[in-house]
Ligand binder design. Structure first.
Ligand SMILES: [Zn+2]
Length: 199
């Protein structure tokens, strides 16, 4: 299930992003621009100060911790696969997100700019609230991935782009990003308060 950001942040319609993604820096910049064209109800804004950002994006070897004041975001994923990890910190009482680290797969060799951009946009959508958590904070087996488009759970290489591991006949590799209706509906529900039947 999706999780909303803190109300005071949601009201701004913005999330600030600190980009410390090393070799992936350019792809992260491109992904932020692309994210902002998807009409998700939230706009990403660059934040130069790491400590002030809502989201920090960094390369990872898949096993690390990130200290955010008194809280810890954890990376625990295979950083050699074409998928990162968005680690959201959730206020247990409000059940609202107050911070997120997007860990990018630092062990992926030879990914193209297009492929990196797809991976980053996918994780930024997780970061915007599609974090697949149940209200008790446990990972939801029926998570916030989609049956089509950018939030498909697993991607494979197709030329210099990425495509859903299982995709409709005639589907083209991304970029450009294709966004599934479920993803659009869930994200808009979080940020605009639009009704989303699927949820
Ligand atoms: Zn995912």
């Amino acid at each position: 299930m999706p999780t909303p950001w803190l109300k005071r942040i949601r009201r701004t319609g913005q999330l600030t992003v600190h980009n410390k993604a090393g070799d992936w820096r350019m792809a992260v910049e491109a992904a932020i621009k692309t994210f902002n064209t998807l009409s998700l109800g939230v706009t990403l804004v660059a934040e130069a100060e790491e400590k002030s950002a809502n989201i920090v994006v960094k390369l990872s070897d898949g096993k690390e911790t990130y200290q955010y004041y008194g809280d810890t975001a954890k990376a625990d994923f295979d950083a050699g696969e074409l998928h990162g990890q968005a680690s959201t910190l959730v206020d247990g009482k409000r059940m609202e997100i107050f911070f997120c680290v997007v860990f990018l797969p630092g062990k992926v060799k030879k990914a193209t700019q297009r492929q990196k951009e797809v991976i980053v946009v996918h994780e930024l959508i997780h970061a915007a609230g599609l974090n697949g958590l149940l209200p008790n904070g446990v990972k939801d087996p029926n998570d916030d991935h989609d049956s089509v488009g950018i939030m498909f759970p697993t991607m494979k290489v197709d030329g210099d782009g990425l495509i859903e591991y299982m995709h409709d006949k005639g589907a083209k590799p991304m970029t450009p990003i294709r966004i599934g209706p479920q993803t659009l509906c869930k994200t808009r529900a979080l940020w605009n308060g639009d009704a989303c039947k699927a949820d």
